[in-house]
Design a protein around this ligand. Structure first.
Ligand SMILES: Cc1ncc(COP(=O)(O)O)c(C=O)c1O
Length: 466
């Protein structure tokens, strides 16, 4: 608890409630409860405007990888603002940080992913990947190759196209989608695979589904497959061993490009700068990255292309024609300066190595929660984890949605000084990569207490009595 805060919480609460349209908000609750105002931060902690301290178990939103309060990051951002705060990178213009960061990202990205297109967030990075892929096939004269295959429970963002690629049914309620362009196959959800099926057989079945879908749509019509190495917002779904290499092989067979959406998994969350190659032995045609690329200090994202794609799209389609894709803030110098400093800090402090060391500890400590009667599954890898809560562990039956089990547990955590993310019946965790062993112990102990407190509530309310 900090006592020196001078925020007028009531006034902020009122202004926010009256005027700020929040992303992803349940208005029925929001209009009554309003917001929790997060005002300050340090290390792995955030403080609300009344001075209450919380372990930030979600790293802002899977993004504050180096932790809060980095003076040198603040300095790098301020220095760049003083040098040149903005300049266009359209046509032949650039700035030093945009050029330096592109070269650094090309060095870190696997294989020949050497060409960087910048934007300001993961959704736009994914939209960019699709525009470029369509342009690429047009350049090759393959004008029918347009369709996108994505997965149920995949999350790719909130622009019109990114949301159409997103496969979380809940997220589609009431909004429209781009019809005809995107087709979904099942998520490789090992916990909910058919009873008695081996992981190997399950992998074969899910990979076969991709091949069947390509054949059903006609390979001449399919442009790409988009997949997160580990699905994030869809429930931290880790695919069965071999899944990514095998889906890549299927894509290769039918001239379908592979986009690895590493908006969450890159920049150390799984212990490497990029997870595709180093964790899953996958060499995609495109990687999209955002969030941890600047540790959330300023908006930045990158769509990283192979030499093969770049060679095709960098030949003008007509005399004097332009590559007409780009945003005012593509390659924003302040964002790129933050991206460079972020990588410098991560390399110097060996944050990836730290995650490779402490990530397994976080996994095993969270795994101890399995003795609690509503914990059906604990899954994920390193600093990208999830607890799946169920009403019955034998049948894996869920609590009715109106119980809001994930919210209840998250609320108890909040009261005890820990922020975790409720997604329906799940609780998702993605802390800053600087979380220490002692902080992991505190984290897991608060989560245990919070699940126990939730169980007690459910019993009192007559909802659950196992
Ligand atoms: C895997 C993945 N892709 C894309 C996005 C969209 O990123 P943004 O919200 O920065 O547009 C997200 C956001 O959570 C994500 O998790």
């Amino acid at each position: 608890m900090r006592t020196n805060f001078n925020y007028d919480t009531k006034d902020l609460w009122q202004k926010d409630r009256d005027h700020y349209i929040h992303p992803w908000t349940d208005f029925s609750v929001f209009k009554e409860q309003g917001s929790l105002v997060m005002a300050e931060s340090e290390g792995v902690y955030v403080y609300d405007s009344d001075g209450n301290r919380y372990i930030d178990g979600i790293g802002g939103l899977w993004c504050v990888n180096i932790g809060y309060g980095s003076e040198e990051m603040a300095q790098a951002i301020a220095d760049q603002v003083r040098r040149i705060p903005y300049y266009s990178t359209f046509t032949h213009l650039t700035t030093p940080p945009a050029a330096e960061l592109a070269a650094k990202l090309a060095e870190l990205a696997p294989g020949d992913l050497n060409h960087i297109f910048y934007s300001t967030g993961g959704s736009v990075a994914n939209d960019t990947a699709i525009r470029i892929i369509h342009f690429y096939f047009n350049r090759l004269g393959k004008h029918t190759k347009k369709k996108i295959i994505a997965r149920t429970d995949g999350y790719h963002g909130s622009t019109y196209l990114a949301m159409s690629m997103t496969g979380v049914a809940f997220d589609h309620q009431g909004f429209d989608l781009a019809p005809g362009l995107v087709h979904h196959i099942s998520a490789p959800n090992c916990y909910r695979r058919p009873e008695g099926m081996s992981l190997e057989d399950y992998c074969t079945a899910t990979v076969q589904e991709l091949e069947d879908k390509i054949l059903e749509l006609g390979p001449e019509n399919v442009a790409c497959f988009i997949a997160e190495p580990i699905m994030g917002a869809g429930g931290v779904i880790v695919p069965p061993p071999g899944y990514h290499q095998r889906t890549q092989a299927v894509c290769g067979k039918y001239d379908v490009l592979y986009i690895s959406d590493e908006v969450v998994t890159a920049f150390g969350r799984l212990g490497h700068f990029f997870a595709s190659k180093d964790v899953f032995d996958l060499q995609p045609d495109i990687i999209t990255s955002a969030k941890g690329i600047s540790s959330g200090y300023v908006p930045l994202s990158a769509t990283i292309l192979s030499e093969e794609i770049y060679d095709v799209i960098s030949v003008p389609q007509a005399d004097g024609a332009l590559f007409t894709h780009g945003f005012t803030y593509s390659g924003h110098p302040v964002s790129c300066a933050a991206g460079l400093k972020n990588i410098e800090i991560m390399e110097r402090d060996n944050l990836c190595g730290q995650v490779r060391e402490l990530g397994p500890y976080f996994e095993t400590q969270l795994d101890t929660l399995r003795d609690l009667p509503i914990v059906g599954d604990v899954r994920g890898k390193c600093f990208m984890m999830c607890v799946e809560n169920v009403a019955d562990r034998d049948t894996k039956e869920l609590f009715p949605a109106e119980v809001h089990i994930g919210n209840r547990i998250a609320d108890h955590c909040e009261k005890r000084g820990l922020i975790i993310r409720p997604i329906a019946h799940l609780n998702v965790m993605s802390p800053p990569l600087t979380l220490t062993r002692e902080q992991i112990d505190e984290f897991v102990s608060i989560l245990r207490e919070s699940i126990e407190a939730t169980l007690a509530d459910l019993k009192v309310e007559g909802i659950w009595d196992n």
